[in-house]
Design a protein around this ligand. Sequence first.
Ligand code: HCA
Ligand code: CU
Length: 443
Amino acid sequence: MTPNEMFNFENYTPRLLEIIDTTLREGSQTSLLHDHYKYFFSQEDKREIVRALIIYGVKFIEFFAPIVSQREADDFAACKAVRDNLITQKGYTFLLAHVRCHPDDVQSAIDAGFDGLNFYFGTSPKSRTSSHGKDLDEIARRAQSLIEQVKRDYPHLILRFSGEDAFRTPFDDLCRVYDAIAPLVSRVGTPDTVGVATPSGVVQRVENLRKRYPNLDLEGHFHDDRGFALINALEAVKHGMRYINTTLLGIGERSGITSMTALLYNLFIDHDYDRLEGYNLRGSYPINVLLASKLKKLVQSKEPVSLTNRTHMAGVHQKAVLNDAETYEPFPLDQFGVSESEILLGPLSGWNVIYYFLKEIKYYQIDEATAKKIAHTFKERVYGIGEDESPAEVLCEIAENEFGLERLAIPEPYRDAVVQRMTGTTNSNQWLEAEHKNGTHVR
Ligand code: HCA
Ligand code: CU
């Protein structure tokens, strides 16, 4: 028996909220990969991302159909091996292929050993006229006959159908297609492909779909063209959508989709704890940093689970925060891993983590270029680390003795306070000036 047959989806009880991570499919379509001439995730990147997602508690991960390229096929096999190795320790994670309603896509996914197929077919007037030229009846007929056949021949597969550009597809049109498919699938998606949906429109859509397909689970996929990807996903979840597509840092086509940690963080803030079952929330910031280092970027300032939200510029804010963090930090970001103890330094640490650690936690005055050089030295040095040393000590030693970095001194009353709130060069100077004015001695 193959692992796929042993871990039949029938035996899995879905949680109230199931994240379907699509960092390696939708996320690979981000233009951010071009910014640093990276263009695609390497196989090693993908393996690390899959491993991190599984450890985080994600049970569904979406990939391109292997037909896309030999490279995708090989990378999927490597990712599947990562998943297989983690089954005993972490339980089963379902690997889903994003497929067109085309027999070749389907066959490539079946041959590769996927657990499920995410079918899609453009249903909006735009997709019908400019993309594939088929009318609604033809779409319904083709999708239905292919899915029927797959269901008959491969009953263990988890099947989903999405009408691409669903939010520009009139509800009745969507239903013409979904009515034909509903008896065959376990979920239907309603992707907001071009980010036109509003929160109230999402609520209405979810309610209408629930009424019409009470036995099906719903899946959402919200693009961020209007900046609504997060609020739309939150509204959908709160109105009974169980499956949400997210990516790490919300990367994806154009401005991307909902960020996984942003969604979970907001549910936490709203005390929606039942929906957070099984997610390792403390791993949120580390997993964001992991992806950011793959993109050769920092965790962006608009990501809610970021160190930026614990970094204070104005002298007045800094002072207040040192007295009582809640003055300017309303939410428990430390529970989402934005704290020193969650930043584990080791040979795999990217320059990004090292930059954060030295700048925000150890308050060295450092720029990104220097962080990259230090990361290089650290990587070589850390393998020879002695028992009585810690990676953090080694790193600080390199920063100070080999790179001559200066530290911002903390005045006595605040010395033991949480230090990651210290800021970079410009604001450190502001902070120093403010302290000077107040007559506090600093180095
Ligand atoms: C795409 C489109 C898609 C598909 C989403 C889905 C979208 O990039 O192929 O299948 O649910 O936004 O519609 O990402
Ligand atoms: Cu998309």
